[in-house]
Design a protein around this ligand. Structure first.
Ligand code: ZN
Ligand code: ZN
Ligand code: ZN
Length: 267
């Protein structure tokens, strides 16, 4: 039997000095609710969880300051240790393996199963996880992971998590929230040169037109649509207002660009 292979008993999370830990008898493996919450990450916490209570208790109470067997005169004898090991091998182990086959492994890859809980294997990482701790069959670890992308406007890093992808079923965002909000705010309000009604130009439309080197539209959407129709049907009346750059078309284009961006960056 190998216990905590390759890890000194006073190692702990946070990288504190081993000597200090030994002097303070700051043992980091838990016993029931008792824990300093510094158990080393990795397989050791799993190995520990698969030990039977009597073994955990013997270690915990011997290695942790102020506990029952921690003072020199109170330590467990060799015979006590032997009894506990024998109990582990002859009484506890079979039941433990029956409850959780992973208890037979020298290097378990997860915590010991609790009999009252239901376990499933995560759809993404394949690890055994408590069903209640999953959503759509995906563990919390995997849900918080994901891919990184960048805002197409400011370059800010955007995280596209597995939760966004599989639970919220969102599309990957193209814009950060700031840019998305900004682009949809009103840049200016203009009275239509044709019908006189007030229409708005958003920052997004403004930026788009600037980039393309076009001037801002003078007519409202419906007048633009009407003149576009007239142009395509060869009406000379509208052609008089001639604009070779046809901002109408551009704005229509921008509109669809904006609505596309909107859809992409709903969050
Ligand atoms: Zn997972
Ligand atoms: Zn941005
Ligand atoms: Zn108009």
């Amino acid at each position: 039997m190998i216990m905590l292979p390759g890890k000194p008993p006073y190692s702990q999370q946070g990288g504190e000095d081993q000597i200090e830990n030994i002097l303070k008898m700051n043992f980091s493996y838990p016993l029931g609710e008792k824990t300093n919450k510094k158990t080393p990450e990795g397989p050791w916490r799993y190995i520990w969880s698969h030990l039977p209570y009597k073994i955990k208790e013997a270690f915990y109470k011997s290695f942790r300051k102020g506990e029952e067997y921690s003072a020199p005169g109170k330590r467990l004898t060799t015979a006590d240790w032997y009894d506990r090991m024998e109990h582990y091998l002859n009484d506890a182990l079979d039941k433990m393996i029956e409850n959780d086959p992973m208890s037979a492994e020298l290097f378990p890859t997860r915590f010991k199963r609790v009999a009252s809980l239901t376990y499933i294997s995560c759809k993404l990482c394949g690890k055994d996880v408590v069903e209640d701790m999953t959503e759509n069959g995906i563990c919390r670890d995997c849900l918080s992971k994901g891919e990184q992308c960048h805002c197409s406007r400011c370059g800010k890093i955007l995280k596209y998590t597995n939760r966004d992808k599989y639970i919220s079923q969102e599309k990957r965002h193209d814009l950060c929230l700031n840019c998305h909000t900004y682009l949809n705010q009103v840049y200016s309000e203009v009275y239509c040169s044709e019908c006189g009604s007030l229409f708005t130009i958003t920052n997004g439309e403004y930026e788009f037109l600037q980039q393309k080197g076009f001037r801002l539209p003078q007519k409202c959407k419906s007048c633009r649509a009407a003149s576009k129709y007239a142009v395509s049907h060869g009406s000379s009346q509208v052609a008089a207002g001639g604009n070779t750059e046809d901002p109408d078309q551009l704005i229509t284009g921008t509109g669809s660009l904006i609505s596309q961006l909107l859809k992409l960056s709903k969050k």
